[in-house]
Design a protein around this ligand. Structure first.
Ligand SMILES: C[S@@+](CC[C@H](N)C(=O)[O-])C[C@H]1O[C@@H](n2cnc3c(N)ncnc32)[C@H](O)[C@@H]1O
Length: 289
């Protein structure tokens, strides 16, 4: 791997490169799950956008924008004089995101279908804010992509990244059904080349990408009863199931039994506390030229 200084080096975070696939798939159910997840993290993301003082008229990029919920947070802050570009490989989801944003009056938003791993420069830059949430998690080329995102930041602008460390998932008491759903989810993500602890590694990745140590970091969590919290786990399990079955991590029959068991436990242990994955943020301001 060529690092930012042109030398070839093996990254500590990229020791293996399984063939990359996007483990979550592109179904309507997964799109709904992404919207649900984005609503949960809206405050945690809004806090970071305010932390880097996103102001009216600013230009913003949401890399791997998915359903466009962070684009909405950006548009609300930059106002009509700003410009918000979402890029994603999934052009269907991007078109839906844009239609929703425009219907809500955020005409300053646009979408461009773009694969961040393709080696092409990011279109439309430079930006006052380059942001990515739950993107690097999926990409074996995370250091190269991070470096590319940094290249798209204007002098004086910011790069802000938020991503999961799924060690945050816990339930008290520990339940075998939750353990099995989590095992399959992690197995599918690993098989697809994801890094399920990437959030905790963000400062290290910033260094490897030649960005420098982040100016700040942030850790957000969520605690809720298993009765509702289990929905994230079950919906993520369903989204990764085709990958998990294809890679021999579970079978359709075992998966059905696991979901039934998890459903029973969500009723029986409804009030038990469950924590979500940690959403970890890191940001860096690019010096003026
Ligand atoms: C888990 S979703 C997160 C969406 C959004 N950032 C959010 O937090 O709500 C990851 C998104 O990254 C997109 N993605 C995956 N690989 C990509 C790539 N190589 N280039 C651009 N987008 C990619 C997916 O299509 C998906 O929309």
């Amino acid at each position: 791997m060529a690092n930012r200084r042109g030398a070839f080096a093996m990254s500590t975070t990229q020791t293996e490169r399984p063939q990359a696939v996007y483990a979550l798939g592109h179904t309507p159910e997964e799109y709904d799950r992404l919207r649900m997840q984005a609503r949960v993290w809206a405050d945690a993301t809004g806090r970071l956008l305010d932390r880097v003082a996103l102001t009216p008229g600013a230009t913003c990029l949401d890399a791997g924008c998915g359903p466009g919920e962070t684009m909405r947070l950006m548009a609300e802050r930059t106002g009509p004089a700003g410009r918000v570009l979402g890029i994603d490989t999934d052009s269907s989801l991007g078109a839906m995101a844009l239609a929703t944003l425009h219907a809500a009056g955020h005409r300053q938003c646009s979408f461009h279908a773009h694969d961040l791993t393709a080696g092409e420069p990011i279109p439309g830059g430079p930006f006052d804010l380059v942001y990515a949430r739950l993107l690097l998690f999926h990409l074996p080329q995370r250091v190269e992509v991070l470096a590319r995102l940094w290249d798209a930041v204007a002098p004086g602008g910011h790069l802000v990244v938020q991503d999961y460390d799924i060690r945050g998932i816990t339930v008290l008491p520990a339940l075998a059904s939750v353990g099995e759903l989590t095992r399959v989810i992690i197995g599918a993500f690993h098989a697809a080349g994801a890094d399920v602890h990437v959030g905790a590694r963000l400062p290290q990745l910033f260094l490897e990408a030649g960005i420098g140590y982040p100016d700040g970091t942030d850790v957000a969590g969520r605690l809720e009863p298993l009765a509702t919290g289990s929905a994230l786990l079950e919906r993520t399990f369903r989204s990764v199931l085709p990958t998990a079955v294809a890679r021999g991590i579970t079978t359709e029959a075992d998966a059905a039994a696991s979901l039934a068991s998890a459903g029973r436990d969500a009723t029986r242990f409804a009030g038990c506390p469950m924590t979500w994955p940690l959403l970890i943020g890191a940001w860096k301001r690019k010096e003026q030229a």
